[in-house]
Ligand binder design. Structure first.
Ligand code: ZN
Ligand code: ZN
Ligand code: ZN
Length: 342
């Protein structure tokens, strides 16, 4: 995340802020401009409709009641149940960060509606109220999240039970959106053959593969081939885990560069989200993770970055970088193309 400033007094403000703590100005993040804007006075922006309950601090645009991120919701938690408003706030906070990531990557964020039935939409469900068990997952643009994942104790319990080194709301959103972008960017493109060579054939039976994974666990040498044990379950999960990891890297590098953590290697990267230089990105990123892990250990905290990147995983990340960078170039070329005449 880049440094954000109060539009009234210039003090540093954070992505999650509703108010500047230095001058008291009411502020909202404009996702289109990538800046904090004032709610009153010169340059005022309209607030998202979810601001009233402190669910969302973004500005809206195009005459819409809801911001770019909140427009994607079609089922929100039942707020008459104790704790659900807090859970929803944490969920939306993580979701905004991830929507912002994908906008910076130049990927389309298009809400599902009658004109765009394959667009993105979110269902935030609670197991207490659902007729069937709630499974966090993705299905053709519909992302379902079990809202219990917003409870730290529940999520940590599940993380330990599944022997995962990392489980966060931000991670869930990056992973589920990765499935969406597989369908958007790869499935019907010329890249599908290369993708199958790298990640395996995603047409393999999914239920059978998952059942096998949960029964037998990951292969003993999974770390040489996959970013996580779960990625070994099925090519779809390998894609999603690796894509999510690519977003972890660019988002973390963006913050590190902004904070001045970077060393000479980072000089080759102006914007980690749009850089064409994959090798520089990885070379600059790994030493930062080693340093921050040491800092965390000094505080008795678990590692910030509990992953190892094998050469094969770097190859998979490189492929994803190529797909994302090419899409961003095509979209910016299309935006620059002159209007047809006649
Ligand atoms: Zn201020
Ligand atoms: Zn909003
Ligand atoms: Zn998945």
């Amino acid at each position: 995340m880049r440094h954000l400033s109060c539009p009234a007094c210039g003090s540093r403000v954070f992505f999650e802020n509703y108010v500047c703590l230095a001058c008291g100005a009411q502020i909202a993040f404009s996702p289109e401009a990538g800046l904090m804007a004032p709610l009153w006075g010169d340059g005022a922006v309209p607030a998202c409709g979810n601001r009233s309950q402190f669910v969302c601090n973004w500005a809206t645009s195009d005459g819409e009641t809801m911001c770019r991120a909140c427009r994607l919701d079609s089922v929100i938690p039942n707020l008459s149940f104790a704790g659900n408003l807090d859970r929803w706030r944490r969920i939306e906070q993580a979701k905004r960060r991830v929507v912002h990531d994908f906008m910076r990557l130049g990927l389309p964020i298009e809400a599902r509606n009658s004109a765009n039935p394959g667009g993105l939409t979110f269902h935030f469900l609670s197991a207490d109220l659902a007729a069937a068990p709630v499974m966090t997952g993705h299905d053709s643009g519909l992302v379902t999240l079990d809202i219990a994942e917003a409870d730290d104790a529940v999520r940590e319990h599940r993380r330990a039970e599944m022997r995962e080194p990392y489980r966060t709301l931000v991670g869930h959103f990056r992973h589920e959106l990765a499935h969406h972008y597989f369908e958007r960017l790869v499935l019907n493109s010329n890249d599908i053959q290369a993708c199958r060579l790298i990640f395996g054939d995603e047409r393999a039976d999914y239920q059978e593969a998952l059942q096998r994974h949960y029964q037998n666990g990951a292969p003993g040498d999974w770390q040489q081939h996959f970013i996580s044990a779960y990625a070994s379950a099925h090519p779809h999960e390998d894609w999603a885990e690796t894509f999510a990891h690519f977003v972890h890297i660019v988002a973390t590098m963006d913050t590190a560069l902004d904070l001045g953590f970077a060393d000479e290697l980072s000089g080759r990267i102006v914007d980690p989200y749009t850089t064409e230089d994959f090798d520089a990105l990885i070379e600059a990123f790994l030493p930062i993770t080693a340093k921050v892990n040491e800092i965390n250990r000094s505080m008795g905290q678990p590692d910030m970055y509990p992953f190892v990147l094998s050469e094969e995983v770097k190859g998979k990340l490189h492929f994803i970088h190529m797909i994302v960078a090419r899409n961003a170039r095509a979209r910016s070329d299309a935006a620059r193309a002159p209007e047809p005449v006649g």
